[in-house]
Each structure stands twice: as C-alpha cells, then as structure tokens.
Write a protein that binds this ligand. Sequence first.
Ligand code: ADP
Ligand code: TRP
Length: 331
Amino acid sequence: MQDIKNKRILSGIQPSGELHIGNYFGAIKQHIEFQKNNECYYFVANLHALTTIQDRRRLEENTIEVAMAYIALGLDPGRACLFAQSDIPEVTELAWILSTVTPLGLLERAHSYKDKISRGITPSHGLFAYPTLMAADILIYDSEVVPVGKDQKQHLEMTRDMAIKFNNIFGETFVIPEEYILPEVAVVPGIDGQKMSKSYGNTIDIFSEYNTLKQKIMGIVTDSTPLEAPKNPDTNTIYQLYRLFATPEEKDEMREKFLKGGYGYAEAKKDLLDKIYTFFHPYRERRKRLLREREYVETVLRNGAKNARARAQHVMERVRNRCGVLKFTYY
Ligand code: ADP
Ligand code: TRP
C-alpha cells in the first residue's frame, strides 16, 4: 500500500446492506490502517443511500450497522472521526452552491448514473445530482486524499472539476483533493468466481456465524477435476480467498498441495472455512458486544459529527464569503 502520512483523509460508505469480505479487503482494511498516520474522516452516506433505499427501517438499521462494523473491525474513535452524513447540514447547502457551477453536460456523462438507470433504478433528480452531493462531502472538510474503489474514480474527477471551476470564478476557496484508488490487488472473488458484489448475490459476509459461513464456503463453484489430479491454485476461487487470510507459509503450503494432487476441493473448503472463521472471530465477538451497546455506537457517531461539523462550518463560512451568500443568524 502506498505510504500516506499526515494527510486529511476522507471517505464515504454507502449503508447498502451487510458488508462482505470484498468490502473488507478492498476498502475497510485500508481505511482503518490510514488512521495510524493521518487525520481520518469516515462517514455513512445515508443521504446518498436515499437515492436507492426508500424504506425507513432499512436505512436506519443499515446506517448503524455500517458504523458498528467499522468500530468492530478496528476503527478507533479516538483517532478517526466516524459520523453520519445527515449530521452535517452544511453538506447539502454546499451541494446546492456547487450545483450552480456544475455544467449539466458534466453530470450527463456520469457512468454511475447511466449504470444505475440501466439497472432499473428510478432516474430521480437526486440520482442525477449524486456527484454534486459527493463533491460537497469531500470539499467541505478540505479533504486532501480520498481513498475509494475504481468505480468512484469519475466522481472524484468531477469533484476536482467543480472545485477548480468554483475557485476560478470566486477565487481560491477549495483544496483540490487527490484521488487514491484502492489497490486492485485485493479484488476478491465471490463464491461463483466473479468479483464479489452484493449485486451478484455471491458474497460471503464478514460477520457470518459458523453455519452460514459453512454453507457459503461449501457452495463455492469448482470444476470437476478429480481428487487425485493436480489443480491450478491461480484459477481456483478457494485458493484466491485463502491467500487473503493466510500467512506466506500457509499460502505456499496450500499451493503445493493443490499442485501435487490428492488434495480435493472439499478438504480445501474445510481449510478455508476454518481460516475465515478464526480470522473474523475477534471482530465477530466485538460486534456482538456492540449490538448490546447501541448507545455507545450512537455516542461515537454524535462525537464524530461534532468534530466534523466544526470543520464543515468553518469551510462553509469561507464559501459563503467568497460567493456573497449572506447569513444573518448563527447557530
Ligand atoms: P458492492 O459491489 O458489493 O455493491 P460496493 O460498491 O458498495 O460493493 O463497495 C464498497 C467498497 O468496497 C468499494 O471501495 C469497493 O471498491 C470495495 N469492494 C467491493 N467489492 C469488492 C471486491 N470484490 N474486491 C475488492 N474490493 C471490493
Ligand atoms: N459514492 C460512494 C460509493 O458509492 C460513497 C460516497 C459518498 C463517497 N460520498 C463520498 C465516497 C465522498 C468518498 C467520498 O461508494
């Protein structure tokens, strides 16, 4: 992982359901590692999620779930700021202001919007304006580095375009954020061998209990190579998953067993099951404790929001001053 130090880092996580091990290795793990050497802001993007989730209970539960998952997986609220997007009203104010300098053509070119409507999501104004809200999320904290998956690359480019455009019109106001595309080495396959993704229904959830996990792992699609025959670890989903959890020695050991033959898929799945179950055991236990201490999670989100909001208010005042939006009251 590229060494990033002493930067203000921000990322948003959609509360769209249970988190899977693709999310863990592709995003959460790095997010948590950044907290050691950087000032980190992570928020649950619940306002963005309203473009696809229109169910009060689900949105509320998913919002808390994501926060709980991050804390269980090692986010330290003393080091990183964790909060809900909806706790920072200045974000929607900034989104409006940015929308006034955003050319329509820029939004019309968004792949993510086109993808979503082709998947049957209603093309609302919110869905179309999604990138201006995301730009506001980023610019309102003077964020310097934004670590995201490559599907979000275009949204970051749009954020930079909006910030540059605003600065050109009104004078230096925004820090232009750098993109940090989370490394592709960690593309985690799902149980059918395709990229693991909620939309493909091939996920293994981080906090699964033993029996659910067993069912998933036993369901991994394999070919019909007989037990005695040598097998190629590099085209084999079991090994591709195992290597994420294993030590270098354990990886070599499984590789060799596959290459030698006499190591069947059922036995390999059992080894994978034990490995994943043990790896997430402490996190699963911590999450169970957090489920009983919901007020603690809420306190973390409240304190996170207070910190983040102080910064957002400061930047927002700068923005209003630059563009002449007067305010006669202060809260
Ligand atoms: P999903 O595809 O399940 O809807 P998201 O798009 O919500 O997942 O992904 C959230 C984050 O997790 C993104 O940063 C993304 O790059 C990362 N991620 C998701 N799936 C994988 C995967 N299979 N391998 C690596 N990273 C992943
Ligand atoms: N659009 C991002 C996603 O779907 C979530 C998000 C919202 C975000 N606002 C953000 C990510 C700001 C980084 C920065 O994954």
